[in-house]
Design a protein around this ligand. Sequence first.
Ligand SMILES: [Zn+2]
Length: 193
Amino acid sequence: MIIATLKAQKEAKNPKTYILGAHYDGVDNPAANDNASGTATMMEITKQLSKKKLNHNIQFMAFGAEEAWMVGSTKYVESLSKQQKDDIAGMINFDMVGVGDSLGIFTSYPESKQHLTDAFVQKAKEMKLKYERGTLMASDQVPFEDAGIPTALIFYQTDKNYHTDNDTIDKIQKEDLQNSLNITLDVLGNLTK
Ligand SMILES: [Zn+2]
């Protein structure tokens, strides 16, 4: 697991932490969409935010062993103290953001805190993106959500080549990556004003 932190500027009042995550393992295939697309998007966001003054800490996490049932993210959340968990204002997870025409804006459970997903939905409407809300209990946001942290799983659907040898880079739709990047930068910009 790899973690990088962009710290809030010194003048920031009461800084919290937002986490952006993506798993970097894959099943035994090229894994272009699942999940090089997610890690690449996360890294580009890191690059763009690194030039800005931030009012909150932003942490970037590349998780290992997601495909073995979220081992990396689960171990990470287990390692946190109550105080550390309380300091996390939200977690945004990118998993398969490069194939499909509908942006999924999901939590793990219907009853979870929705303020992050609400912010993404509002922005998707403004950007006139096709999107779908729902729930999915299989990706790295789950352990964070289990710990009471607001989350949003961002992914495109549907990828018929998921977990096959055809999950190759030629299938990646650059517009999906761009939309995932733009919407997240906008949402984070608003949340961390
Ligand atoms: Zn995945």
